[in-house]
Ligand binder design. Structure first.
Ligand SMILES: NC(=O)c1ccc[n+]([C@@H]2O[C@H](COP(=O)([O-])OP(=O)(O)OC[C@H]3O[C@@H](n4cnc5c(N)ncnc54)[C@H](O)[C@@H]3O)[C@@H](O)[C@H]2O)c1
Length: 258
């Protein structure tokens, strides 16, 4: 198990799903974890789970689409725990948001984490940044066995296209920041999860036909668990990944293998 002993990690979107599982995983490997989320109650819930398991964590509020809030979260983490070595730009939204909102949170939010976090880490002893992209950052998606109708596409306008664009953008930012900051002691990588059992996919999973279709798209024969993304984030954050930089790593049960 990759150790994160002595490291301090800031995780955005740590109030649920992948972010919560990552806070628990990183803390179990010895990191002190700042759980940042727009939903502070949810972030506090994660802190309680980490503490129950014997780990060290605190929470703070952040809206990643606001650059000043991202800066404050980074500074608050370093102040609270005496440094910062790991930044997990994980917060994101799924359906129900229009183009501007989706881009602001899922793409610009990650950009702020990189734009503010990478120089911060470079000036403070180096570290690792992990971004959550998606299989939607590598390929287009279909969430149903049937091709969408024109009506469905009109209704979804701004939604799915925005998510795909944002996640492809995260993949690109990951590569560029890896190139820019690698020699300055900051590794930058992204994870591209397949469909994971979190609140974000609950609506799809509630419909047996859609769930079965989604499962059929993952050659491994099931959807993923948040813990299966968390362990990869911890690995990328650790010294075990010391020569991994600029990778956009599918963790998708083979979804993008075909
Ligand atoms: N679940 C999946 O199948 C899947 C697949 C690929 C990628 N992802 C990505 O993984 C990341 C985590 O998703 P999840 O599945 O854990 O979803 P989730 O909804 O369980 O958790 C997302 C968390 O982000 C927080 N958040 C939302 N907007 C925010 C903002 N503006 N600022 C700060 N926090 C905010 C939410 O409050 C929530 O706690 C997202 O970037 C998502 O796009 C998820």
């Amino acid at each position: 198990m990759s150790s994160l002993e002595g490291k301090v990690a800031l995780i955005t979107g740590a109030g649920g799903g992948i972010g919560r599982a990552s806070a628990i995983d990183m803390a179990a490997r010895g990191a002190a974890v700042m759980c940042a989320d727009i939903n502070t109650q949810a972030a506090e819930g994660t802190v309680a789970l980490v503490s129950e398991a014997g780990g060290v964590a605190d929470s703070c509020a952040v809206d990643v689409s606001n650059a000043e809030e991202v800066r404050r979260a980074i500074e608050a983490t370093a102040e609270r725990f005496g440094g910062l070595q790991v930044l997990f730009n994980n917060a994101g939204v799924g359906g129900g948001y229009d183009w501007d909102q989706t881009i602001a949170i899922n793409l610009t939010g990650v950009y702020y984490g990189l734009r503010i976090g990478a120089p911060y880490l470079a000036q403070n002893g180096g570290g690792a940044i992990i971004n959550t992209s998606s299989i939607a950052g590598l390929v287009g998606l279909s969430a149903s066995p049937l091709p969408p109708t024109l009506e469905e596409l009109e209704e979804a306008e701004g939604g799915p296209g925005a998510y795909i664009a944002a996640k492809h953008g995260v993949a690109g930012l990951t590569k560029q920041f890896a190139i820019n900051y690698g020699a300055l002691g900051v590794r930058v990588n992204a994870i591209s999860p397949g469909f994971i059992e979190t609140a974000m996919t609950a609506e799809f999973r509630a419909e047996p036909e859609i769930e079965q279709y989604l499962i059929s798209q993952h050659p491994i024969g099931r959807l993923g668990r948040p813990e299966e993304i968390a362990s990869v984030a911890s690995f990328l954050a650790s010294e075990d990944a010391s020569f991994i930089n600029g990778v956009v790593l599918p963790v998708d049960g083979g979804y993008t293998a075909r």
